[in-house]
Ligand binder design. Sequence first.
Ligand SMILES: Nc1nc(=O)c2c([nH]1)NC[C@@H]1CN(c3ccc(C(=O)N[C@@H](CCC(=O)O)C(=O)O)cc3)C=[N+]21
Length: 286
Amino acid sequence: MAIVISGKELATLRRGAMKEEVSTFTEKYGRVPHLAVVLVGEDPGSVSYVAGKEKACIEIGIKNTTIRRPNTISQDELLAIVNELNQDDSVDGILVQLPLPKHMDSDFIINAIVPEKDVDGFHPYNVASLYLKQPGTVSCTPKGIMEILDYAHIEIEGKRAVVIGRSNIVGMPVSKLLLDRNATVTICHSRTKNISEVTSEADILIAAVGKPLFVKADMVKEGAVVIDVGVNRNPETGKLCGDVDFEAVKDKASYITKVPGGVGPMTITCLMENTIECFLKHMEEK
Ligand SMILES: Nc1nc(=O)c2c([nH]1)NC[C@@H]1CN(c3ccc(C(=O)N[C@@H](CCC(=O)O)C(=O)O)cc3)C=[N+]21
């Protein structure tokens, strides 16, 4: 049986440290960090994420404003909200929850957020900074995955890392972060031939495909480290489940994360870290 790396436990540790740090801010800067979240519509993943973020903000002492709008609002109305938050000096971080309703162009909205307040690290400026190794905001899930690997003291340098999924939000940036730590990285996707042959080579396997229970035992090398980034609903039980068939893979892996309680809590924790970082930069500019 693999060692289960608890993202939840690490999140609790990090949040305790952040709470202490934030408790010094009012005296130093006259206020605490402020995160503004915009939620359009009622995507189930988003609603659960928003609830988790509100809880984390309260825990750490970060001010949180959630702006909720029905999915009938126009793109112009959403743009106006973003512009107002951009100009609001009391706001340090802006997060527009994705996915947006179909009648909207999410790239257009994300591009409208000023990069200094883009706590998601989704703005092209921050994405480019990651690839050029320049200072900027690193997106929360990839950052959380690296923190999980480090917490478990997993060696990365020289290891063969295989990432399943090539999204801008997870697959691509986590591949870059692993490469920066000198892993040999392979990215698999829907057109990859003989995918289980490729994934079976992985010392570190990152599953970010968005398909419930996609990773089975025959796709995993004995002793591999398996990180499950999936946020899916199990089609049979309706419960939250990952991309990895945990029960099938747990006896083959050396380390594994679970859903829930794995990467998710660290995504939220890294969002808190990013909010504090944006706040501190904002305060320095004054
Ligand atoms: N602009 C934007 N940025 C995002 O980062 C973003 C987004 N939009 N849209 C939705 C997805 C999804 N996502 C989750 C993060 C943490 C949990 C999480 O902490 N889940 C808990 C369980 C929560 C439960 O039980 O419902 C866990 O895995 O233990 C879930 C989902 C961030 N996303």
